[in-house]
Design a binder for this molecule. Structure first.
Ligand code: NDP
Length: 308
């Protein structure tokens, strides 16, 4: 296994040893590891060429939902199955975060924070209850579907967009490029939970943002590259958008001198929407390995042809 920091490795090892008793579990920088003996890898950000150094590798379990850094390793062979992190805790945390951000957009958190800063008694009320607020989620995968269920239970009028149509209770489904503008025109709060692929990068550009009704909000919890930042800021500054919540950035940590920190209508969070505990992730990866050994279908398998 790759571990981002050596001190985390001992915890990972103990967790995997508990879930996969009798296995030899090693940090992949351990000098005693014989590359030929490695069957499974659990990793997040392998250095280029590393995956190809294990000639008998059978399965890769990603420690994260996004696997861009793993598939960027030119030595990764598409014939080796790659499973993205899909533990329930990841989806539950994301659903919580999206619910918080949507309620914060609904009750105009930036304006509340401004009043706090200036000690102004700024009593304002929303124009409608949540039932009158239309939230649209771009991406109805493992995280988007969980967020949609949470928003529906809160009472938001929820819709979602994906490549293929979905049947999710209480969620209006839109699918494909041709239905995107129609959905945007009916959206008060837009949540981005798409994967990072050539088709989705830059999707939230000036043209798309212009489709949103005046006063809409945007929440990006997926990948920084989904948003064309200058277009987003222009839409905020013109008054077209009311607020923006950003959890993901091209450069992380976001530099202290970034103007995003101080923009009065932007709420910056530190890529904290969802990171499941090591225990949950180790359990999930161990279950995947067990399923693989039993010959069962693998969950959440990365599809190279689709890019997610
Ligand atoms: P999934 O791969 O499970 O789901 C992706 C969804 O996007 C699917 O519904 C898919 O449609 C849809 N989609 C993909 N391409 C297109 C397209 N071209 N047009 C329309 N719809 C498309 O992703 P997850 O739910 O697991 O993850 C979502 C995002 O969350 C990722 O970007 C990930 O990196 C990010 N993330 C962020 C975290 C944070 O803390 N901020 C933490 C964890 C993940 P279909 O169903 O038809 O295939």
């Amino acid at each position: 296994m790759e571990a981002d920091r050596e001190e985390g490795y001992e915890e990972w090892r103990a967790l995997f040893a508990g879930f996969l008793p009798g296995r030899d579990i090693r940090w992949w920088n351990d000098p005693d590891v014989d590359p030929e003996s490695v069957r499974y890898v659990f990793c997040f950000d392998p250095e280029p060429g590393r995956l190809g150094s294990f000639p008998n590798l059978q399965l890769i379990c990603a420690a994260s939902v996004g696997v861009e850094r793993i598939v960027a390793d030119p030595s990764w062979s598409r014939s080796i199955p790659l499973v993205r992190m899909g533990c329930e805790e990841t989806a539950a945390q994301m659903a919580d975060f999206v619910a918080w951000a949507c309620l914060s957009a609904h009750r105009n958190l930036p304006r509340i924070l401004k009043a706090r800063e200036t000690r102004t008694w700024d009593k304002f009320l929303p124009s409608t209850a949540v039932a009158g607020k239309r939230v649209s989620i771009l991406g109805l995968g493992s995280l988007g579907a969980a967020a949609a269920a949470m928003l529906t239970s809160i009472g938001f009028a929820t819709a979602g967009w994906s490549r293929s149509p979905k049947e999710l209770s209480g969620v209006r489904s839109f699918a494909g490029e041709e239905e995107l503008d129609t959905l945007l025109q009916q959206t008060d709060i837009l949540v981005c939970l798409l994967p990072g692929t050539p088709e989705t990068m830059g999707i939230l550009n000036a043209e798309r943002l212009a489709q949103l009704p005046a006063g809409a909000s945007v929440i990006n919890v997926a990948r920084a590259g989904h948003v064309v930042l200058p277009d987003l800021i222009a839409a905020l500054d013109s008054g077209h958008l009311a607020s923006v919540f950003l959890d993901v950035f091209d450069r992380e940590p976001l530099p202290a001198d970034s103007p995003l920190w101080s923009h009065p209508k932007i709420v910056v969070t530190s890529h904290l929407a969802s990171t499941a505990s090591r225990r949950s992730r180790a359990r999930y990866a161990s279950d995947v390995i067990t399923a693989f050994e039993w010959g069962d279908a693998l969950p959440n398998r990365y599809k190279p042809e689709a890019g997610y």
